[in-house]
Every structure is written in structure tokens, then in C-alpha cells.
Design a protein around this ligand. Sequence first.
Ligand SMILES: Cc1ncc(COP(=O)(O)O)c(C=O)c1O
Length: 411
Amino acid sequence: MAAMPCRIESTAEPRSTTAEAPRPLPEALAWIEDEMLAIRSAGLERPHRRREGRQGAEVRLDGRTLLNFGSNDYLGYAGDVRLTRAASKGSCAEGFGAGASPLVSGHSRAHEALERAIARFLGVEAALVFPSGFAANTATIAALVGPDDFIASDSLNHASIIDGCRLARARVGVYPHRDLIALSALLDSARGARRRLIVTDTLFSMDGTIAPLAGLCDVARTRRAMVLVDEAHATGVFGDRGSGLVEQTGTADGVHVRVGTLSKALGAAGGFVAGGERLIQWLRHTARAWIFSTAHPPGVAAAATRAIGLVEQEPDRRVGLRGRADDFASRLRRAGLDIGGTESQIVPIIAGEPAAAVALSEQLAAAGFFVPAIRPPSVPRGRSLVRASLSWLHDEPDLRRLAAALAAHAR
Ligand SMILES: Cc1ncc(COP(=O)(O)O)c(C=O)c1O
């Protein structure tokens, strides 16, 4: 589906310059050469791509136009001119930069409106906006638990949750992916801890699976553990109102802390935490990435508020996306491809070793599709994959063509 045209004048592209060879490293940094060599020899060097223009169903990367299956723009709002307009209006009203931490003077009317919109959208008392979802996770986990406490964390949780656990300096027990029996045993083994916290993605970003939220909340309830969930990939896509998997599974009463991002289906930027007013008040006093980091630009907050309105007004997008994702996954399974246990718009095609995933991604690019290779440490060893992130912008013929290309190359 074609994106709406953007009528805002764009500035001229800088003339491309030929890349100069990097200068040799100073002696004190020479160790970087050895470490990079090790990364290269393990087949784990990461490309640094350049995108040109707005993204949509297609993306122009490093001079090639490809069908875009490598973005979290699930509802097609990232390139939507309605967000651009809201951002411009917000920036004109409040200036571009926030200028200070929200605690000092960075919290603008646009941020206030966004926090109210998030709270209403999720049906909770209050919300707090962070410069990124990554910061929201790290700061919130470290504000809830400390060295005398225990965290139970799913083995496939996102890096920002893992880093939040490290920052908290709590004892961490990692339970096998979605294994509620192991989770219960872990919590029981930590009865002496001052506080116990369960942390999980609701929709796992690498394999497209969904956390067993109802069972997880039961486990927490019987053990008086806190529950923090990260709805980064579910916001906008799941739930009748589009607010995520907590809504879809009816687990709002059992989930104490909801973290999310404004940067994926909402097409904007920033992260949030939502829950009870008292919880949010606690975070305003303790969440260091909120206290000690400049608020994100007011125009970005205005765009995110607009995106929440669009999610509410345009349910067809999430319904259409989920239906097409189900059909796509069935088609790949019928073709005999290993796509793990995906239940969502995130469809991994397991390739095994890093080199196999990179080769598959390159073959798909040659056939006109951007489907990035995902390798350790983003996924466990031996489980490198290419990840197709589906968007409402993809139509049936796009998905049929990708399925055919995967069937031809992923063997
Ligand atoms: C599960 C999960 N949580 C948090 C984040 C961080 O969100 P943000 O991109 O807003 O920093 C991401 C994204 O990259 C993610 O996949």
C-alpha cells in the first residue's frame, strides 16, 4: 500500500564523499583491532546501512530499493505524514529541543498530553515518558529492585531488560523461555529475598512468540511477586483497542508495571512506563534515566500522541496485519520452513549458523527483499535467523512473493 505523499520541502542531500580509510588506532586503543578481528572471524561483523528517504512498504538502503521486512513500523505510521505534521506543529509551539530533564524544566505540555493519552489508552492511572524504551526498561527495573532482591527473567528477554537487571544489582534467575514451572521454582528458591520481580517481554522480538501472561500472573499472585512486562512489539498490534497483549489477555489486574515504546507500531520515538499513580510517583523520584536525561523533543511527544489517536481510529490496520501474518506463517510452515513458534507479525526463518543467516539474507536482497540476518548475541548460538517483520503496508502479493523467495532459498 502506497504511503501518503509528504508535502514538506526536504533539504538538499549532502554530496556523497568517498569514504576515507580510518586512521590507525592510538596504542591505548589497539586492543579494539584484536577484538574486531575475533568478531569478524566468528562471522558476527555487523553491517552499517544507510537509508535514504522515508520508509514504507519499500525501503532504499545503500542505494538499493527493497521490499522492507526489516523495520518495526508494524502499522505504517513511521513514514506517515500525519505524524510529521503533528511533530512540526508541536515543535513550532514548544521549540525543538526539550532543553532539560523532565524533572527540571523539560516536561512540556506536549509531554503532559502524551502521558495522559498513554494512561487513557492503556486504562491505567498514570504514565511516564522516557527518551527511549531502552531507558524506560533499565531505569524502571533498577528503581524497583536492588541488591537484596531477586529478579526472574525469561531467557529470551530483550537486551534492555537484561541491562536493567544488571543495573539493579539484584540476584537474577533466568528461566527457560515461557516455562512457568521453572519460573515458580526459581521464585520459591528466592523466598528470602526482600522483593521478587518477574520481568518478561509480552511479544518476544526475535522469535515472535507470546508470553503466557495469565499463568505468569497466577504464579506471581500466589508468591506476592511484582510483574513488569515489556509491550514494545505488542503495542498497537494486539488487543481490541490496540493497547497490547495485557489488554488482549485480560491480565491488567495482575500486571503491575507496563513498559512500552513509542518507536515501533506507533512510528514515533521514546519509551513509557504505565501503571498506578503511586508507582509513577515513585519512578519520578528514583528512575535515573528520567531524572538525569533530557526529555525527548516536544514535537516527538506530539507525534506519538497523534499516533495513539490513529491506532484508536484505525483498527483495520492491526486486524489486517494480524490476519495476513497468520496466513504468511501458515504458508511458510506448509512449505516446510522452520519458523519456530511464532504467533505474531514477527516471523523468524531459522538458518542455524551465522554464515547461513547472512547468506540467506543476501539471497533475499538479490531477489528484492530486505530481511535482515539476526545473529548472536541477539539470538542463542546455533539459532541465527532472518527475521521478517511484517507491516500493514505489505499487501497480499508482497507476502506471497516473499514466501515464494523464502521457499526457494531457505533450504
Ligand atoms: C522488547 C524491546 N524492548 C525495548 C526496546 C527498546 O525500545 P526503544 O527502541 O524505544 O529504545 C526494544 C527495541 O528495540 C525491544 O525490542
